[in-house]
Ligand binder design. Structure first.
Ligand code: GTP
Length: 394
């Protein structure tokens, strides 16, 4: 393939990458790493525009090469900065500017403009280092739900690094006098590798953003927007799963149901918005004393539940008491006032008589109403009440 066709093909793929990232950013404004990847496509595009100028016009060769290579390496640096921002929420644009300036300055070293081999030996390690850094950043950051999404991008980066290493090795250790065919082969294979790389990068980036969006939607569909606690839909699937596990492992599943006392008075006195803020604060306080792996749900209104797996009466009572005391001992700011809220708590453990988790929850609910009946701001346990599981009642 002739040089011009290759450059035009690379230019078009860079353009597609830039426009795809721009379109993605247009509909996902909060995902700012898309701007880095859009900049990456733009840098690759600019490096190809410079290559076209070098091919067709009499331009100052040293400056053109410096700019072309600086843009090309900036393209790789912004892939890294986008990935870094995507997984660590931090920008590394200083590195991008540093790379651009370093590459431009390196072109003023004597011999750099004249020798392709010197340029390959100088710049390949920089490109490899940037892509290895991207790979490491992805590899080190693998939260369970999203990690899989990065495997495709990691594979593409790995293959690109490998071909760079091989081509760099051939240049370094191969024949000193590259033939014209050898030269053309190196050039053609190198440019085709870049075209494939940019094409696959665009697919991987699009996949990452689409999947992240999908996960966000899935999470939102099971989360209560006000408190951030899980909603009833989530309760259904998580409680079913945990109940079946506890039955299999012959352990107890526990429910702690929390209900804010006299919450209606807060709404009546301070208004619904203040009531919302109080609900948020109460759930934050409770969360501080709930273990990270326990699931917490908003059942509706001012009623909440904590689902505790593999537990016993003593442990569940301690958790309930920690929640009650944390809320009781905290001052909650509403408008200019500071108020203290109390909660009533009902607890229940699953028993062999339960036919499903609904029975356990029902008993915890009845225990809660017992706590209310006894004067509120207290814990009541289904174990100390003679409540039959709902499914046993006729
Ligand atoms: N601000 C706000 N209030 C809510 C929300 N959901 C339910 N409520 C209010 O919570 C109050 C619950 O009142 P009640 O069921 O009478 O219970 P209570 O006043 O807490 O009294 P006890 O539970 O018997 O101690 C009602 O006034 C509801 O309007 C919400 O999302 N935001």
């Amino acid at each position: 393939m002739d040089t011009t066709t290759l450059i035009v093909c690379t230019l078009l793929v860079s353009l597609v990458m830039t426009l795809t990232m721009a379109a993605m950013y247009f509909v996902n404004r909060e995902e700012r790493y898309l701007l880095d990847w859009m900049a990456s496509g733009t840098f690759f595009l600019l490096s190809n525009i410079v290559a076209i100028f070098i091919t067709f016009y009499q331009v100052p060769i040293q400056l053109s090469l410096a700019l072309g290579n600086a843009f090309y390496i900036a393209g790789h640096a912004t892939i890294f900065s986008g990935v870094y921002r995507c997984v660590y929420k931090r920008s590394v644009w200083r590195l991008v500017f540093g790379a651009i300036i370093a590459v431009i300055l390196l072109h003023f070293i004597p011999g750099m403009t004249e020798s392709v081999t010197t340029r390959i030996i100088t710049f390949y390690p920089i490109i490899i280092a940037l892509n290895v850094s991207t790979l490491i950043a992805l590899f080190k950051h693998r939260p369970a739900d999203i990690g899989r999404v990065y495997w495709g991008l990691m594979a593409v980066l790995f293959l690109f690094i490998m071909q760079l290493a091989v081509r760099g090795g051939i240049t370094l250790f191969g024949s000193e006098n590259l033939t014209l065919i050898g030269d053309q082969f190196m050039q053609t294979s190198g440019t085709l590798a870049v075209i494939t790389f940019l094409f696959l990068l665009t697919i991987c980036f699009t996949f990452i953003i689409t999947w992240k969006k999908e996960l966000k939607l899935r999470r939102a569909s099971v989360t209560d927007y006000l408190t951030g606690w899980l909603n009833r839909k989530a309760l259904d699937s998580i409680a079913t799963r945990e109940y079946e596990r506890s039955a299999r492992e012959k352990t107890h599943l526990g429910f702690v149901i929390i209900d804010i006392d006299h919450f209606k008075r807060i709404n009546d006195k301070f208004g619904h918005c203040a009531g919302d803020a109080a609900l948020k604060k109460v759930t934050q306080l409770a969360k501080e004393v709930i273990r990270g792996y326990d699931n917490n749900f908003r059942l509706g209104g001012e009623e909440f539940a904590v689902l505790i797996s593999d537990t016993d009466e003593q442990e569940i009572t301690e958790i309930a008491e920690r929640i009650r005391l944390r809320i009781l001992q905290s001052k909650i700011n509403i408008d200019t006032s500071q108020i203290t809220l109390t909660v009533s708590v009902g607890i229940a453990l699953s028993t062999p008589l339960d036919s499903s988790w609904h029975d356990t929850l029902e008993r915890a609910d009845q225990a809660l109403y017992e706590a209310k009946r006894q004067g509120r701001n207290r814990i009541s346990s289904a174990a100390h009440m003679s409540i039959e599981p709902q499914s046993q009642l006729t």
